[in-house]
Design a protein around this ligand. Structure first.
Ligand code: ACO
Length: 340
Protein backbone atom coordinates (compact mmCIF):
# COMPACT_ATOMS: atom_id res chain seq x y z
CA UNK A 1 0.00 0.00 0.00
CA UNK A 2 1.26 3.48 -0.80
CA UNK A 3 2.04 5.54 2.26
CA UNK A 4 0.49 9.01 2.25
CA UNK A 5 3.04 11.32 3.76
CA UNK A 6 1.52 14.77 3.35
CA UNK A 7 -0.29 17.15 1.07
CA UNK A 8 0.23 16.83 -2.68
CA UNK A 9 2.49 19.76 -3.49
CA UNK A 10 3.16 18.85 -7.13
CA UNK A 11 2.62 21.61 -9.67
CA UNK A 12 0.24 20.81 -12.56
CA UNK A 13 3.30 20.49 -14.77
CA UNK A 14 4.34 17.46 -12.68
CA UNK A 15 0.92 15.82 -12.26
CA UNK A 16 -0.05 12.48 -13.81
CA UNK A 17 2.23 11.87 -16.69
CA UNK A 18 -0.33 10.78 -19.25
CA UNK A 19 1.10 13.37 -21.61
CA UNK A 20 -2.40 14.27 -22.72
CA UNK A 21 -3.59 17.85 -22.80
CA UNK A 22 -6.87 19.52 -23.77
CA UNK A 23 -6.28 21.83 -26.71
CA UNK A 24 -8.82 24.50 -27.63
CA UNK A 25 -9.94 23.70 -31.17
CA UNK A 26 -12.70 26.24 -31.58
CA UNK A 27 -15.17 28.48 -29.82
CA UNK A 28 -18.52 30.03 -30.58
CA UNK A 29 -21.34 32.02 -29.08
CA UNK A 30 -25.03 32.83 -29.35
CA UNK A 31 -27.05 35.81 -28.20
CA UNK A 32 -30.77 36.43 -28.26
CA UNK A 33 -31.92 39.04 -30.80
CA UNK A 34 -33.61 41.33 -28.33
CA UNK A 35 -31.52 44.11 -26.79
CA UNK A 36 -32.61 45.76 -23.57
CA UNK A 37 -31.00 49.15 -22.93
CA UNK A 38 -30.59 50.98 -19.64
CA UNK A 39 -33.12 53.52 -20.90
CA UNK A 40 -35.72 50.78 -21.27
CA UNK A 41 -34.98 49.56 -17.74
CA UNK A 42 -35.46 53.11 -16.46
CA UNK A 43 -39.07 52.90 -17.65
CA UNK A 44 -39.57 49.74 -15.59
CA UNK A 45 -37.84 50.48 -12.22
CA UNK A 46 -36.50 53.54 -10.40
CA UNK A 47 -33.08 53.68 -12.05
CA UNK A 48 -31.21 55.59 -14.76
CA UNK A 49 -28.73 55.00 -17.56
CA UNK A 50 -26.27 57.19 -15.63
CA UNK A 51 -26.51 55.10 -12.41
CA UNK A 52 -26.18 51.76 -14.20
CA UNK A 53 -23.30 52.97 -16.40
CA UNK A 54 -21.35 54.52 -13.51
CA UNK A 55 -21.83 51.64 -11.04
CA UNK A 56 -21.55 48.69 -13.44
CA UNK A 57 -20.35 49.75 -16.90
CA UNK A 58 -23.37 48.00 -18.43
CA UNK A 59 -25.15 49.78 -21.31
CA UNK A 60 -27.31 46.98 -22.69
CA UNK A 61 -27.97 43.26 -22.37
CA UNK A 62 -29.78 40.61 -24.45
CA UNK A 63 -33.02 39.00 -23.33
CA UNK A 64 -34.21 35.61 -24.61
CA UNK A 65 -37.51 35.54 -26.49
CA UNK A 66 -40.49 33.59 -25.18
CA UNK A 67 -39.85 29.97 -26.07
CA UNK A 68 -36.13 30.55 -26.57
CA UNK A 69 -34.54 28.30 -23.95
CA UNK A 70 -31.07 27.84 -22.49
CA UNK A 71 -30.51 24.72 -24.60
CA UNK A 72 -31.43 26.63 -27.78
CA UNK A 73 -28.73 29.24 -27.09
CA UNK A 74 -26.32 26.49 -26.01
CA UNK A 75 -26.94 24.54 -29.23
CA UNK A 76 -26.31 27.59 -31.42
CA UNK A 77 -23.08 28.35 -29.55
CA UNK A 78 -22.03 24.69 -29.77
CA UNK A 79 -22.65 24.50 -33.52
CA UNK A 80 -20.64 27.65 -34.09
CA UNK A 81 -17.75 26.26 -31.97
CA UNK A 82 -17.88 22.96 -33.89
CA UNK A 83 -17.74 24.87 -37.17
CA UNK A 84 -14.65 26.77 -36.06
CA UNK A 85 -13.05 23.49 -34.96
CA UNK A 86 -13.93 21.92 -38.33
CA UNK A 87 -15.69 18.93 -36.77
CA UNK A 88 -19.25 17.56 -36.49
CA UNK A 89 -21.50 16.83 -33.52
CA UNK A 90 -20.90 13.12 -34.04
CA UNK A 91 -17.18 13.68 -33.38
CA UNK A 92 -17.91 14.89 -29.82
CA UNK A 93 -17.90 12.36 -26.96
CA UNK A 94 -18.45 14.71 -24.00
CA UNK A 95 -20.65 17.73 -23.33
CA UNK A 96 -20.35 19.57 -20.03
CA UNK A 97 -22.88 22.38 -19.88
CA UNK A 98 -22.70 24.98 -17.12
CA UNK A 99 -25.99 26.64 -16.27
CA UNK A 100 -28.14 27.66 -13.35
CA UNK A 101 -31.14 28.24 -15.62
CA UNK A 102 -31.80 24.82 -17.23
CA UNK A 103 -34.76 24.39 -19.62
CA UNK A 104 -36.27 21.88 -17.25
CA UNK A 105 -35.24 20.55 -13.84
CA UNK A 106 -34.98 17.09 -15.44
CA UNK A 107 -33.29 16.11 -17.72
CA UNK A 108 -30.04 18.08 -17.96
CA UNK A 109 -30.03 20.72 -20.70
CA UNK A 110 -26.80 19.12 -21.98
CA UNK A 111 -28.69 16.09 -23.31
CA UNK A 112 -30.98 18.39 -25.31
CA UNK A 113 -27.85 19.89 -26.89
CA UNK A 114 -26.48 16.38 -27.43
CA UNK A 115 -29.58 15.37 -29.43
CA UNK A 116 -29.71 18.67 -31.30
CA UNK A 117 -26.13 18.45 -32.59
CA UNK A 118 -26.50 14.84 -33.74
CA UNK A 119 -24.24 13.29 -31.12
CA UNK A 120 -25.47 9.76 -30.44
CA UNK A 121 -22.54 8.38 -28.42
CA UNK A 122 -20.61 9.66 -25.42
CA UNK A 123 -22.00 11.53 -22.44
CA UNK A 124 -23.62 14.87 -21.67
CA UNK A 125 -24.44 16.44 -18.31
CA UNK A 126 -24.87 19.82 -16.60
CA UNK A 127 -22.82 21.41 -13.84
CA UNK A 128 -24.09 24.16 -11.58
CA UNK A 129 -21.64 26.58 -10.02
CA UNK A 130 -23.60 29.76 -10.87
CA UNK A 131 -21.43 32.44 -12.49
CA UNK A 132 -18.32 30.25 -12.04
CA UNK A 133 -19.95 27.40 -13.94
CA UNK A 134 -17.92 27.64 -17.13
CA UNK A 135 -14.54 27.35 -15.39
CA UNK A 136 -15.87 24.44 -13.29
CA UNK A 137 -17.16 22.73 -16.47
CA UNK A 138 -13.83 23.35 -18.20
CA UNK A 139 -12.03 21.76 -15.27
CA UNK A 140 -14.26 18.65 -15.38
CA UNK A 141 -13.81 18.25 -19.14
CA UNK A 142 -10.05 18.86 -18.98
CA UNK A 143 -9.62 16.26 -16.25
CA UNK A 144 -11.70 13.69 -18.15
CA UNK A 145 -9.62 14.28 -21.28
CA UNK A 146 -6.35 13.97 -19.35
CA UNK A 147 -7.57 10.69 -17.83
CA UNK A 148 -8.55 9.30 -21.23
CA UNK A 149 -12.30 9.28 -20.49
CA UNK A 150 -13.05 11.65 -23.38
CA UNK A 151 -11.29 12.78 -26.55
CA UNK A 152 -13.39 15.65 -27.86
CA UNK A 153 -15.41 17.80 -25.48
CA UNK A 154 -17.84 20.65 -25.83
CA UNK A 155 -17.71 22.91 -22.78
CA UNK A 156 -20.66 25.27 -22.76
CA UNK A 157 -21.85 28.11 -20.54
CA UNK A 158 -25.46 29.03 -21.28
CA UNK A 159 -28.07 31.00 -19.37
CA UNK A 160 -31.50 32.51 -19.59
CA UNK A 161 -31.00 34.38 -16.34
CA UNK A 162 -33.80 36.78 -17.31
CA UNK A 163 -36.25 34.01 -16.31
CA UNK A 164 -35.20 34.18 -12.65
CA UNK A 165 -35.04 37.96 -12.42
CA UNK A 166 -37.57 39.93 -10.44
CA UNK A 167 -38.14 42.76 -12.92
CA UNK A 168 -39.38 45.02 -10.10
CA UNK A 169 -36.11 44.73 -8.10
CA UNK A 170 -33.70 47.44 -9.25
CA UNK A 171 -30.88 45.95 -7.14
CA UNK A 172 -30.67 42.93 -9.42
CA UNK A 173 -32.61 43.40 -12.66
CA UNK A 174 -30.15 45.92 -14.13
CA UNK A 175 -27.19 43.53 -13.84
CA UNK A 176 -27.99 40.43 -15.88
CA UNK A 177 -28.39 39.27 -19.48
CA UNK A 178 -28.89 36.06 -21.47
CA UNK A 179 -26.51 34.26 -23.84
CA UNK A 180 -24.28 31.25 -24.44
CA UNK A 181 -20.68 30.49 -25.30
CA UNK A 182 -18.96 27.21 -26.13
CA UNK A 183 -15.44 25.86 -26.47
CA UNK A 184 -14.30 22.64 -28.16
CA UNK A 185 -11.49 20.83 -26.37
CA UNK A 186 -9.57 18.03 -28.12
CA UNK A 187 -7.15 15.56 -26.60
CA UNK A 188 -3.61 16.10 -27.83
CA UNK A 189 -0.54 14.18 -26.82
CA UNK A 190 2.25 16.57 -25.97
CA UNK A 191 5.77 15.32 -26.03
CA UNK A 192 7.75 18.36 -24.95
CA UNK A 193 8.33 22.00 -25.79
CA UNK A 194 5.83 24.73 -24.95
CA UNK A 195 2.81 23.22 -23.14
CA UNK A 196 -0.41 24.13 -24.92
CA UNK A 197 -4.09 23.87 -24.09
CA UNK A 198 -5.56 24.01 -20.60
CA UNK A 199 -2.46 24.32 -18.41
CA UNK A 200 -4.33 24.07 -15.11
CA UNK A 201 -7.63 24.84 -13.41
CA UNK A 202 -8.12 26.03 -9.84
CA UNK A 203 -11.53 25.78 -8.17
CA UNK A 204 -12.84 26.94 -4.80
CA UNK A 205 -16.12 27.30 -2.98
CA UNK A 206 -17.16 28.52 0.46
CA UNK A 207 -20.73 27.72 1.46
CA UNK A 208 -20.66 30.09 4.41
CA UNK A 209 -21.52 32.78 1.85
CA UNK A 210 -24.42 30.84 0.29
CA UNK A 211 -27.01 33.55 0.98
CA UNK A 212 -25.11 36.50 -0.54
CA UNK A 213 -26.30 35.59 -4.05
CA UNK A 214 -29.34 33.32 -4.02
CA UNK A 215 -32.75 32.59 -5.44
CA UNK A 216 -35.67 32.67 -3.03
CA UNK A 217 -36.88 29.31 -4.28
CA UNK A 218 -36.02 25.94 -5.77
CA UNK A 219 -37.77 22.68 -6.71
CA UNK A 220 -37.08 21.01 -3.35
CA UNK A 221 -37.92 23.95 -1.09
CA UNK A 222 -40.68 25.97 -2.77
CA UNK A 223 -41.48 23.92 -5.90
CA UNK A 224 -40.63 27.03 -7.94
CA UNK A 225 -37.38 28.31 -9.44
CA UNK A 226 -37.50 31.51 -7.35
CA UNK A 227 -36.01 34.91 -8.10
CA UNK A 228 -32.45 36.14 -7.78
CA UNK A 229 -31.39 38.30 -4.81
CA UNK A 230 -27.95 39.57 -3.99
CA UNK A 231 -26.00 41.61 -1.50
CA UNK A 232 -24.15 43.58 -4.15
CA UNK A 233 -21.64 45.44 -1.97
CA UNK A 234 -20.61 42.26 -0.10
CA UNK A 235 -20.27 40.34 -3.38
CA UNK A 236 -18.17 43.13 -4.84
CA UNK A 237 -15.69 43.06 -1.93
CA UNK A 238 -15.26 39.28 -2.02
CA UNK A 239 -15.08 39.22 -5.81
CA UNK A 240 -12.04 41.47 -6.11
CA UNK A 241 -10.13 39.47 -3.48
CA UNK A 242 -11.11 36.00 -4.76
CA UNK A 243 -10.52 36.76 -8.43
CA UNK A 244 -7.02 38.08 -7.68
CA UNK A 245 -6.23 35.12 -5.40
CA UNK A 246 -7.31 32.55 -8.00
CA UNK A 247 -5.33 34.37 -10.69
CA UNK A 248 -2.14 34.38 -8.60
CA UNK A 249 -2.61 30.71 -7.74
CA UNK A 250 -2.98 29.72 -11.40
CA UNK A 251 0.13 31.67 -12.42
CA UNK A 252 2.24 30.39 -9.51
CA UNK A 253 1.21 26.77 -10.18
CA UNK A 254 2.66 27.06 -13.68
CA UNK A 255 5.78 29.02 -12.74
CA UNK A 256 4.46 32.05 -14.62
CA UNK A 257 3.88 35.70 -13.72
CA UNK A 258 1.46 38.43 -14.77
CA UNK A 259 4.02 39.60 -17.31
CA UNK A 260 3.59 36.31 -19.21
CA UNK A 261 -0.14 36.86 -19.74
CA UNK A 262 -1.45 37.93 -23.12
CA UNK A 263 -5.10 38.18 -22.06
CA UNK A 264 -7.25 38.10 -18.97
CA UNK A 265 -10.84 37.09 -19.72
CA UNK A 266 -12.61 37.40 -16.37
CA UNK A 267 -16.22 36.74 -15.44
CA UNK A 268 -18.10 39.87 -16.47
CA UNK A 269 -20.06 40.93 -13.38
CA UNK A 270 -19.23 44.61 -13.21
CA UNK A 271 -16.74 46.81 -15.04
CA UNK A 272 -15.39 48.14 -11.73
CA UNK A 273 -14.68 44.60 -10.49
CA UNK A 274 -12.86 43.77 -13.74
CA UNK A 275 -10.86 47.02 -13.64
CA UNK A 276 -9.89 46.49 -9.98
CA UNK A 277 -8.69 42.99 -10.85
CA UNK A 278 -6.61 44.42 -13.70
CA UNK A 279 -5.02 46.91 -11.31
CA UNK A 280 -4.32 44.23 -8.68
CA UNK A 281 -2.58 42.14 -11.35
CA UNK A 282 -0.71 45.22 -12.65
CA UNK A 283 -2.04 44.60 -16.15
CA UNK A 284 -2.46 47.22 -18.85
CA UNK A 285 -6.18 47.59 -19.46
CA UNK A 286 -5.77 46.61 -23.13
CA UNK A 287 -5.01 43.05 -21.95
CA UNK A 288 -8.28 42.70 -20.04
CA UNK A 289 -11.22 41.65 -22.22
CA UNK A 290 -14.37 43.56 -21.27
CA UNK A 291 -17.81 42.65 -22.63
CA UNK A 292 -20.04 43.57 -19.69
CA UNK A 293 -21.01 46.84 -21.42
CA UNK A 294 -22.96 45.00 -24.13
CA UNK A 295 -23.68 41.61 -22.51
CA UNK A 296 -24.35 42.47 -18.86
CA UNK A 297 -23.64 39.62 -16.45
CA UNK A 298 -24.58 36.43 -18.31
CA UNK A 299 -23.47 34.20 -15.42
CA UNK A 300 -21.88 30.94 -16.69
CA UNK A 301 -22.01 32.24 -20.27
CA UNK A 302 -19.93 35.35 -19.66
CA UNK A 303 -16.40 33.94 -20.05
CA UNK A 304 -17.04 31.79 -23.15
CA UNK A 305 -18.98 34.67 -24.74
CA UNK A 306 -16.00 36.95 -24.14
CA UNK A 307 -13.53 34.31 -25.37
CA UNK A 308 -15.54 33.84 -28.58
CA UNK A 309 -15.67 37.58 -29.17
CA UNK A 310 -11.93 38.03 -28.65
CA UNK A 311 -11.08 35.09 -30.93
CA UNK A 312 -13.52 36.30 -33.57
CA UNK A 313 -12.04 39.83 -33.67
CA UNK A 314 -8.49 38.48 -33.78
CA UNK A 315 -7.27 39.52 -30.33
CA UNK A 316 -6.75 35.98 -28.95
CA UNK A 317 -4.44 34.03 -31.24
CA UNK A 318 -2.65 30.68 -31.19
CA UNK A 319 -0.01 30.42 -28.46
CA UNK A 320 -1.49 33.32 -26.45
CA UNK A 321 -1.60 32.79 -22.70
CA UNK A 322 -5.15 33.39 -21.45
CA UNK A 323 -6.31 33.57 -17.82
CA UNK A 324 -10.01 33.20 -16.95
CA UNK A 325 -10.69 34.18 -13.31
CA UNK A 326 -14.27 33.75 -12.12
CA UNK A 327 -16.51 34.20 -9.11
CA UNK A 328 -20.14 33.46 -8.44
CA UNK A 329 -22.87 32.38 -6.05
CA UNK A 330 -21.91 29.89 -3.38
CA UNK A 331 -19.47 31.57 -3.21
CA UNK A 332 -17.67 29.68 -5.94
CA UNK A 333 -14.54 30.97 -7.60
CA UNK A 334 -11.46 29.91 -9.51
CA UNK A 335 -9.43 30.34 -12.67
CA UNK A 336 -8.16 28.45 -15.67
CA UNK A 337 -4.89 29.16 -17.43
CA UNK A 338 -4.94 28.27 -21.12
CA UNK A 339 -2.23 28.39 -23.77
CA UNK A 340 -4.38 28.93 -26.86
N1 ACO B 1 -30.59 52.29 -9.79
C1 ACO B 1 -30.45 53.31 -8.93
N2 ACO B 1 -30.09 53.15 -7.67
C2 ACO B 1 -29.82 51.90 -7.25
C3 ACO B 1 -29.94 50.78 -8.09
C4 ACO B 1 -30.34 51.02 -9.41
N3 ACO B 1 -30.49 50.01 -10.29
N4 ACO B 1 -29.62 49.67 -7.39
C5 ACO B 1 -29.29 50.07 -6.15
N5 ACO B 1 -29.43 51.41 -6.06
C6 ACO B 1 -29.18 52.27 -4.91
C7 ACO B 1 -29.21 51.51 -3.61
O1 ACO B 1 -30.54 51.38 -3.14
C8 ACO B 1 -28.36 52.38 -2.72
O2 ACO B 1 -29.16 53.43 -2.24
P1 ACO B 1 -29.02 53.93 -0.71
O3 ACO B 1 -27.59 54.37 -0.58
O4 ACO B 1 -30.02 55.00 -0.64
O5 ACO B 1 -29.33 52.72 0.11
C9 ACO B 1 -27.35 52.99 -3.67
O6 ACO B 1 -27.86 52.80 -5.00
C10 ACO B 1 -25.95 52.39 -3.59
O7 ACO B 1 -26.07 51.00 -3.57
P2 ACO B 1 -24.78 50.10 -3.43
O8 ACO B 1 -25.24 48.67 -3.33
O9 ACO B 1 -23.88 50.61 -2.40
O10 ACO B 1 -24.08 50.37 -4.84
P3 ACO B 1 -22.73 49.79 -5.37
O11 ACO B 1 -21.84 50.87 -5.76
O12 ACO B 1 -22.18 48.71 -4.48
O13 ACO B 1 -23.20 49.06 -6.71
C11 ACO B 1 -23.75 46.87 -7.53
C12 ACO B 1 -24.17 48.03 -6.64
C13 ACO B 1 -23.71 47.35 -8.94
C14 ACO B 1 -24.77 45.74 -7.39
C15 ACO B 1 -22.36 46.39 -7.12
O14 ACO B 1 -22.29 46.20 -5.73
C16 ACO B 1 -21.98 45.10 -7.79
O15 ACO B 1 -21.74 45.06 -8.98
N6 ACO B 1 -21.83 44.02 -7.03
C17 ACO B 1 -21.40 42.75 -7.54
C18 ACO B 1 -22.26 42.22 -8.62
C19 ACO B 1 -23.12 41.11 -8.17
O16 ACO B 1 -23.50 41.00 -7.04
N7 ACO B 1 -23.42 40.25 -9.10
C20 ACO B 1 -24.24 39.14 -8.80
C21 ACO B 1 -23.81 37.98 -9.55
S1 ACO B 1 -22.41 37.27 -8.83
C22 ACO B 1 -21.19 37.69 -9.73
O17 ACO B 1 -21.39 37.84 -10.89
C23 ACO B 1 -19.90 37.83 -9.11
Amino acid sequence: MTEVTGPDTRSPAETPATGWASRVAGCGSALPERKMTNHELATMVDTSDEWITQRTGIKERRIAADGENTSDLATRAALSALKQAGIRGSDVDLIVLATCTPDRTVPASAVRVQAAIGMTAGIAFDVQAACSGFVFALSVADNMIRLGQARTALVIGAETISRIIDWTDRNSCVLFGDGAGAVVLRAERQTGGLRKGVLSTHLRSDGRHQDKIRTDGGPSSTRTAGYMHLEGREVFLHAVVNLAEASQEALAANGLTQADLDWVVPHQANQRIVQTLGEKLHLPKEKVILTVDHHGNTSAASIPLALAEAVEDGRIKENDLVLTPTMGAGFTWGAALIRW
